[in-house]
Design a protein around this ligand. Structure first.
Ligand SMILES: Cc1ncc(COP(=O)(O)O)c(C=O)c1O
Length: 380
């Protein structure tokens, strides 16, 4: 059976990236690696739309989130976090684990936090040093308007604005410098199309000033050390060389397609998935959906297990389930990274076949037709 991965991380890895990573290992303190690291670090700046250094960390995405907290803040500081899903919740957990007073804005999972809600919290806590948000909340499929929120944060406080871009970078429009995002983090197994194991972080001048004065405990994730090494195209510790070789190739692909076209592709595929599932009578969870993934309420069938089993075992499709209190209530389809129109038609087709197996009543072909109509009606 042909297996097809539709999870929002890990995401599929392009074949020629896999082949390049299979080449013999190189040593990270040799010119060969330095040359590659210099090139990929420059391409990461393009990906982040920043002129600042983008630091590569050997960890999953959460490592870059921890790096942001422990480098920016000190115990006793106040930070605003937004709990609108599993990953927004994580910002609060990371702050509390490091003695930072996290003021949490609770947002109903499935809805997007607004600039007004954040300003209200800033006004109630003028001592706030950092505001942490999640650009694309993977647990709910919600995207927030980071550009508008960044403006509101800067207009109303001196706090740094920190963005979890883990399922946004390389999928949703995101312009770090132009939009005034002080810190952006991401991971390798998402829009970058690489296996899990790398994280990336970039900081504005204002954020770097905070790093110099903060004193949370840190060693492995000391960003001042990492920045110093990066000046010599080097890393403080042994990097995940093979994954970085993959990143180099993936970034060349993104450069070739251009970031604008990558964003456009994600928007097109997302529109088709949303149209396809809604045409089948399924409902979306997110009120302002992310172009990286689509979260869908489970079909109203007597036994959802039959639907899930058919998708996975009969048609070879892996989608993601729900997290936290949404476990067993939703499923999530990724269109993040290495996907095209035919991938979308195949996943919608498989959903139709699995719904039929589960006894769900719908007009056969309606989902595929709606998705295809999106592709047929738009000119690109
Ligand atoms: C938005 C978001 N933030 C944070 C994380 C955590 O990243 P990791 O699992 O790579 O540590 C994820 C992973 O799915 C994510 O999607």
């Amino acid at each position: 059976m042909k297996k097809r991965l539709f999870t929002p991380g890990p995401t599929p890895v392009p074949e020629h990236v896999l082949l390049t990573m299979a080449e013999p290992i190189i040593h990270h303190r040799h010119p060969e690696f330095r040359e590659l690291f210099e090139r990929l670090s420059k391409n990461l700046q393009y990906l982040f739309q920043t002129s600042q250094d983008v630091i590569s960390l050997t960890s999953s995405g959460s490592g870059s989130m921890e790096a942001a907290v422990v480098n920016l803040l000190s115990p006793g500081d106040t930070a605003i976090t937004v709990n609108g899903g599993k990953f927004g919740e994580r910002w609060g957990e990371l702050c509390r684990a490091n003695g930072v007073n996290a003021v949490e804005i609770a947002v109903e999972w499935g809805t997007a936090v607004t600039a007004d809600e954040i300003v209200e919290s800033i006004k109630a806590h003028p001592e706030t040093k950092a505001v942490f948000v999640t650009h694309s909340e993977t647990s709910t499929g919600v995207a927030i308007d980071v550009k508008t929120i960044a403006q509101a944060v800067h207009a109303n406080s001196g706090a740094v604005f920190v963005v979890d871009g883990i399922t946004a970078v390389g999928a949703l429009e995101m312009r770090m410098d132009e939009w005034g995002l002080d810190v952006v983090v991401t991971g390798s197994q998402k829009g970058l199309m690489i296996p899990p194991g790398l994280a990336f972080i970039a900081l504005s001048e204002k954020a770097w000033k905070l790093v110099e004065s903060s004193h949370c405990h840190r060693y492995y994730f000391d960003l001042l050390k990492a920045r110093k090494s990066l000046k010599g195209n080097d890393t403080p510790w042994t990097p995940a060389t093979t994954l970085l070789i993959g990143v180099d190739v993936a970034l060349e692909m993104i450069r070739k397609e251009t970031l604008e076209k990558v964003w456009e592709r994600h928007s097109r595929l997302a529109a088709a998935v949303r149209a396809g599932v809604q045409a089948l009578g399924l409902r979306l969870l997110a009120k302002s959906p992310s172009n990286a993934l689509t979260a869908i309420w489970n079909p109203e069938v007597p036994d959802v297990k039959v639907f899930n089993n058919a998708l996975k075992k009969k048609y070879g499709i892996t989608v993601a389930g729900g997290q936290g209190h949404l476990k067993d209530k939703i499923f999530r389809i990724s269109h993040l990274g290495y996907y095209d129109e035919l991938d979308v038609l195949s996943v919608i087709g498989a959903i139709e076949l699995s719904l039929r197996d589960a006894g769900y009543v719908f007009e056969p072909g309606a989902g595929v037709k709606a998705a295809q109509t999106v592709f047929l009606n738009e000119s690109w």
